[in-house]
Design a protein around this ligand. Sequence first.
Ligand SMILES: [Zn+2]
Length: 54
Amino acid sequence: MTCPICKGPIGTGGMKLRYEGRHYTFCSLRCKMTFQENPDRWLDAGGEVLAEPR
Ligand SMILES: [Zn+2]
């Protein structure tokens, strides 16, 4: 499993987040907060994480 923000590996300490009915997992609190600051930057219209942030 890979962190959608930094593309790093997610170990047992992954941070889960539910956003608009979907679940995302991040490697750290920092990555989770980066996502939460501006989710639209990271997601396409279907809720999939983009390969490159906007
Ligand atoms: Zn990360």
